[in-house]
Ligand binder design. Structure first.
Ligand code: FES
Ligand SMILES: [Fe+2]
Length: 396
């Protein structure tokens, strides 16, 4: 976000706060719980969203140096291997040996290697995915061309420091996937220069939308996060903007915002006065706090099950060296644990919501006018799902 946008948003929040309002949708919205629980809806999501659109995978700096890799439990049972090649480029492969399909690296594993050696018969791939060696290949695999047995690569592109893949291997991630305003926001957060402090991974028994919804409304802050977030925020106040698709930016103001009217505009600082949230496709949520960014990866494993990965991105060591100081480490560790504590407050609720939805006793959810980002989310979702056509198909 450029400076003019930063000022504009802070002024907008001050105005809303003065009026005791927040960003409203014109009406209340209701949706059937079926979209969170039905196998049919989930199958449609796979077809229309998860296999049909570019998806954010993570930050390019999760693999900062040549040979760095990260193996991820991805959608549809796919295991992804994100690697920075010897040539410096980030690529995303299927974590699957071309011999007899063994997994090269365990899911969740990260590290740095020049070579990926298959644990079954030692077929060996380089950091750019080429098959570099296979024991006794010429004698055993007559008729096969080593040059065509590299790892299967998914089309990918790094945009604003975030790695996007296209799950359809016949398509490309467009260079202009993120509009100028989103890109400018990534630059504002300086994602490209952040380093991974730590990563944490677990599975929550809830639909991905239930979890995403908890990340883009402030109505619940004073209740669900009474002892964690609430003391620092301004209650049910937020603004958000979207530029198409499941991409949006939400601003959640904190108490320092109220100092803004007494400060010269030159000192208005969004990173200090608010948390900034970006949704990047359906799979990544960025949560920017004053001195760190949480990248929250949300991988739907089943209709009622989502893998969550929290990745804490922080500034490089202040002293310019390669190690964080004891003070920095303490701060990062505190933040890493705090983010988890807050998310768990949401996820525990998410699991009860999912269980109740699945019980089928109550068959609808309602979004208040001030939960306007949820209405936006479902409008975009319905567009991607082509819900109208789904309804017509059902009636036939
Ligand atoms: S399955 Fe990988 S070398 Fe055989
Ligand atoms: Fe929350």
């Amino acid at each position: 976000m450029d400076r003019a946008t930063e000022i504009r948003l802070i002024a907008q929040l001050l105005e809303l706060h003065a009026r005791g309002e927040t960003q409203y949708h014109e009406t209340t919205r209701s949706h059937a719980t079926e979209r969170y629980t039905s196998a049919q809806w989930f199958a449609r999501e796979k077809e229309r969203i998860f296999r049909n659109q570019p998806l954010a995978v993570g930050a390019a700096n999760e693999v900062p140096n040549p040979g760095d890799y990260l193996a991820l439990d991805w959608l549809d049972g796919v295991s992804l291997l994100m690697v920075r090649g010897a040539d410096g480029q980030v690529r995303v492969f299927a974590n699957t040996c071309r011999h007899r399909n063994a997994r090269l690296v365990a899911n969740g594993e990260s590290g740095c290697r020049n070579r990926f050696v298959c644990p079954y018969h030692a077929w060996t791939y380089d950091s750019q995915g080429q098959l570099a060696g296979a024991p006794d290949f010429e004698r055993g695999f007559v008729g096969l061309d080593k040059g065509r047995l590299g790892l299967i690569e998914f089309p990918s592109r790094v945009i604003g420091g975030i790695v996007f893949v296209h799950p359809d291997r016949n398509r490309r991630v467009p260079a202009d996937l993120l509009g100028e305003e989103m890109l400018s926001g990534m630059r504002y957060l300086d994602i490209e220069n952040q380093q991974v402090y730590k990563r944490r991974s677990y599975v929550i028994k809830a639909n991905w939308k239930v979890l995403l919804e908890g990340g883009i409304e402030a109505y619940h802050f004073n209740v669900a996060h009474k002892h964690t977030l609430a003391p620092f925020f301004l209650g049910n106040l937020s603004t958000w903007e979207s530029w198409g698709g499941l991409y949006m930016r939400m601003i959640l103001p904190k108490k320092p915002l109220l100092e803004a009217p007494d400060l010269p505009e030159t000192q208005w600082d969004m990173r200090r006065m608010a948390n900034i949230i970006y949704t990047l496709s359906s799979t990544v949520l960025l949560l920017a706090q004053p001195d760190n960014i949480s990248l929250i990866r949300m991988v739907p494993l089943a209709v009622g099950e989502t893998r969550i990965e929290e990745v804490l991105l922080v500034d490089r060591p202040q002293d310019g060296g390669s190690e964080w100081s004891a003070d920095e480490l303490r701060r990062h560790e505190t933040n890493h644990n705090l983010v988890n504590k807050i998310l768990m407050e949401d996820w525990v609720l998410g699991e009860t919501i999912q269980a109740n939805m699945q019980s089928g006793v109550v068959d609808a959810v309602h979004f208040g006018r001030f939960e306007s980002a949820l209405t936006w989310l479902h409008d975009e979702y319905e567009r991607a799902m082509d819900v109208e056509q789904m309804v017509v198909a059902r009636q036939v």
